[in-house]
Design a protein around this ligand. Sequence first.
Ligand code: ATP
Ligand code: MG
Length: 261
Amino acid sequence: MPDENPLIEVRDLVKHFGSVIALSGVSMKVGRSEVLCLLGDNGAGKSTLIKTLSGVHRLTSGAFLVEGQPITFASPRDALDAGIATVYQDLAMIPLMSVTRNFFMGREPTRGFGPFRFVDFDHCDAVTRDEMRKIGIDIRDPHQAVGTLSGGERQCVAIARAVYFGAKVLILDEPTSALGVAQTSMVLKYIHQVRSKGLGVIFITHNVRHAYAVGDRFTVLNRGKTLGTFTKSEIQIDSLQNLMAGGKELQTLSHELGGTV
Ligand SMILES: Nc1ncnc2c1ncn2[C@@H]1O[C@H](COP(=O)(O)OP(=O)(O)OP(=O)(O)O)[C@@H](O)[C@H]1O
Ligand SMILES: [Mg+2]
């Protein structure tokens, strides 16, 4: 990873909500062709951190650099314009709208000019079908409602959309938390594919196994602070699990139950 110029870097990031201290000194970075996994227990500050990176929240203090330049986002639109796209698990799609409409979501290209301007739906359908085929999802009818796709397919549509519209950094907030095994592996495979296109990926998850399957580096958050960042060669999956708050409790529980949790 080109350490001199990561795609995104934050140093000593602090975020308060009134008297609540959500982040109290978080540092992390992600480079091109890299999957950074952000791990931490409930309330660790993962969502707050990515909302700060994606322009939803303003930081209280600390440094935020995009490709080496200090930056302040006034809105999520600013972050998107800077190439930072966020895929939230629930808000990714409008279930009753077609796959194509969800893919373009107001960014449909138009043809003609002046009062004769119209959306080129055939082109949109073709692009959607093509982009989905590239990732191994065969959309028979691009007009079918997105709600009829599986959870994993929907996540892939949301990721494909961000990539197609030029994201440099993709932030994924728990993309696999509601998915079964096959669906999870579909999404993880796609994350791996996106990384090889040169994007930086920030993958937030509770699941250490999912993180370990695709991650290059792991940043562990605990109560608003960075506990550490490790490359895959530096840390084993069990130690990573233990580092997350609750890891010890889980081990004890597993011991008490006489198996693995
Ligand atoms: N808008 C807000 N106003 C006040 N407090 C907030 C706000 N958003 C988050 N917090 C607090 O900040 C802390 C971190 O929350 P955050 O949602 O970032 O955690 P998380 O790591 O994403 O947890 P989870 O795994 O449950 O999604 C929590 O104590 C939460 O109550
Ligand atoms: Mg969260």
